[in-house]
Design a protein around this ligand. Structure first.
Ligand code: ZN
Length: 177
């Protein structure tokens, strides 16, 4: 086991959701200033890519968990936690069409605006690409899209509004349709 002298300050934790009864959610444990890093992309929690043909060989219970967490990318490969028995807390951001968490240009999770202690944290799932993802949304935001899909990032109007907050790979202009 590696010995360390410092560890990152705790920024958020898992609690029962207030917005989505029955679900778990992430909550700020302190006031967080706009732009501050909430979770570092270089944290030890690792994401891995699993080709779809390997997914098919897995047992049903494992597949179900992967389907609820993983993103299916443009090459039909799953991006998922390296170890489903040790899932990091940043996999638990729920969706809102008016989120308070965004990606920075490195892929860190940052505060999209000033966040108050004990506020529930949300990301916009449209800021990730997933060729299969579709979800009905009733987040209550005035700008709620009603239907959130893993292809929202390809919509030119959505891109214009959200480019600086999306997953870095998606900001490339080659994706524009
Ligand atoms: Zn919504």
């Amino acid at each position: 086991m590696k010995k360390v002298k410092t560890i990152p300050r705790l920024m958020f934790e898992i609690r029962p959701s207030k917005a989505l009864p029955g679900e778990v959610a992430t909550f700020a444990v302190r006031n967080i200033k706009k732009g501050a890093i909430i979770a570092d992309i270089d944290s030890p929690e690792e994401a891995v890519i699993l080709p779809r043909r390997y997914f098919k060989k897995l047992d049903k219970i494992t597949q179900k968990k992967i389907n609820s967490f993983a993103v299916l990318d443009e090459d039909a490969e799953y991006c998922l936690p390296a170890d489903l028995n040790n899932i990091g807390t940043s996999w638990y951001f729920n969706h809102s069409c008016s989120p308070n968490v965004a990606y920075d240009k490195r892929g860190n999770y940052v505060a999209a605006r000033n966040i108050k202690k004990d506020e529930e944290l949300f990301l916009d799932y449209g800021w990730m690409f997933d060729q299969k993802f579709k979800m009905k949304c009733a987040c209550g935001a005035p700008n709620c899209r009603g239907l959130v899909t893993g292809q929202d990032s390809l919509n030119s109007e959505f891109r214009k509004k959200n480019l600086e907050r999306m997953w870095p790979e998606l900001r490339k202009s080659s994706l524009k349709k």
